[in-house]
Design a protein around this ligand. Sequence first.
Ligand code: TRP
Length: 347
Amino acid sequence: MVKRILTGMRTTGRLHLGHYVGALENWLKLQPDYDCYFLLADVQALTTHFDRVASLEDSVRQVVIDWLSVGLDPVKSSFVLQSAVIEYFELTAYFSFLANMGELEGNPTLKEEINALGMSKVNAGFMMYPISQAADILLFSPIPPSPGDELLIPVGQDQLPHIELTSKLARRFNKLYGNTFILPKAKLSEVPRLTDLFGDKKMGKSYGNAIFLSDDPLAVKDKIKAGITDPNKARRGDPGNPDICPIFSYHKIFRNHGADDIAIGCRSGKLPCVECKGVLAQAVNEKLDPFRDKRVRIEANPKIIGDVIATGTERARLIGRETINCVRHYMHLDYPSLSLNEISSTE
Ligand code: TRP
């Protein structure tokens, strides 16, 4: 029985707390029980970074350091560089004929991204990326599928439309060409979306409000200090309403039990916002401290970064080749009567 995980992140920069609570924490929990493939989605990063390609190298490096520093284990799990798995480009091409333009145009996550990024022109690669994400996922479908096999995709809520499309494409492929792929299952993280410290937007680098996993303690303190609280609590001593305070939502995530006392202090007016923020900053810093230590050790031995990518990507390619061979066979692209064995191999 194969129990596999495939998930990934675009390599567009350092990771922040939103990535941690929305994804990495979930991955860490699942890591012991699954054969995990964590994708460094550098090709998908081109959707927005095609004109800034030189920046991708440092982004890949930073994401790998962040993954290692939070405790993803490159021996047990595989870190996979998307652009180096050429099989994935091939599968994307085959899947592109099974998806309809309407399905891409109606994809709610695509629409949201186009709005959030204020994109005036949308390139074809961007519109296509849900198809390539289906290829990312199904390349890792166990071949041949047997009962009990699992392909789990730990993601945030926003990725659900992509997983749905992936299932549709798998079903269409199986129906047309024969039973090749199993259906992937999404596994949602507990904290679906971390809002920023100003309470309205998703925490993200593009908004300039993110607390990075690699931030030093002082930067964390300053960012939390700048966050807004209940706007109706005008003066020190006024009672506040934690339910509408962005800082309090962080207390709930990072200090689970301690949050109750904060709520009581806030409602009574006895707990000044500055103090409340100080308590939060300390909790966040305690969480980040071990990650910072690990980061220092990795940065002292940077060769490990390339090594873990090479090892993980090679493991992924073995699986990818098997899948592609099977896909070509089922799609009758191996043309057995023409004896094309030599050229039809991807090696
Ligand atoms: N779309 C994901 C993101 O924006 C990244 C990603 C690429 C992914 N390929 C994937 C996630 C496959 C899960 C499975 O972060």
